[in-house]
Design a protein. Structure first.
Ligand code: ELE
Length: 221
């Protein structure tokens, strides 16, 4: 094993790493060749994990490259079928994120022993996740659903659950979410925006990542 889990204390989990950074970058990569360069830029910014979405044909190869060549804990996002779970786990994904809740996807992740963070937007979806034995869920799309006030209302009946709000989060609004006790971490694309990646602006990725991490950790000291 390489990366932060290799050097971490025994018993540290993938979710501990995400909870430690409080920030999960969500990447859409068109070209797997640049994955190691992207990984290096994120590591230079201080991050320890990354989610690569299955929104492009290059995604599985990018997961492979990041898992092989960087110190990051690599996860797969936009996973919508059990077959995709097999593919991404085979490529080296250590966690799975979904836009919504799928019992089939969750079961396959559990079979592989890989943590899964499905998206939820309603109490009914939360209870499906509870039935599946999950305790960390993505609140997606966070800002469009009503942001922090909606999350507070949604989380109130379920004190044992932790959320990863994603969708419309930036360095400017992450603090409000992270100050809420139900929030484990926030996710988003802003520090790895498509324009930065296609233009090869790796220094900007590092700068934005470091700024986001500093903002995420500000209230945690
Ligand atoms: O399709 C998925 O599974 C996703 O992962 C959705 C992404 O997390 C959000 O689209 C990120 O939202 P922004 O940070 O506002 O760009």
């Amino acid at each position: 094993m390489t990366g932060p889990l290799a050097s971490a204390e025994a018993g540290t989990t993938v979710l501990d790493v995400i909870a430690g950074d409080r920030l999960l970058p969500v990447v859409v990569l068109d070209d797997a060749e640049v994955a190691p360069r992207l990984g290096a830029a994120l590591v230079a910014g201080g991050l320890r994990s990354v989610e690569v979405t299955l929104r492009t044909p290059a995604a599985v190869a990018a997961i492979h490259a990041l898992a092989d060549h960087t110190a990051l804990v690599v996860g797969a996002g936009t996973v919508t079928s059990a077959d995709q779970v097999d593919q991404v786990v085979d490529a080296g994904a250590r966690f799975v994120v979904c836009p919504g809740f799928s019992a089939a996807v969750v079961r396959r992740c559990q079979k592989h022993g890989v943590p899964v963070i499905p998206g939820v937007a309603t109490p009914t979806e939360i209870q499906m996740a509870l039935d599946a034995g999950l305790s960390v869920l993505k609140f997606f799309p966070a800002e469009r659903l009503g942001g922090l006030p909606m999350l507070e209302a949604l989380a109130a009946p379920y004190p044992g659950l932790r959320f990863v709000p994603t969708g419309g989060i930036t360095t400017a609004n992450l603090r409000g979410y992270l100050d809420h006790p139900s929030v484990l971490a926030v996710g988003g694309t802003w520090m790895v925006a498509a324009g930065l990646l296609t233009a090869g602006r790796w220094d900007d990725v590092t700068t934005l990542t470091a700024a986001a991490l500093a903002a995420a950790r500000e209230g945690d000291r």
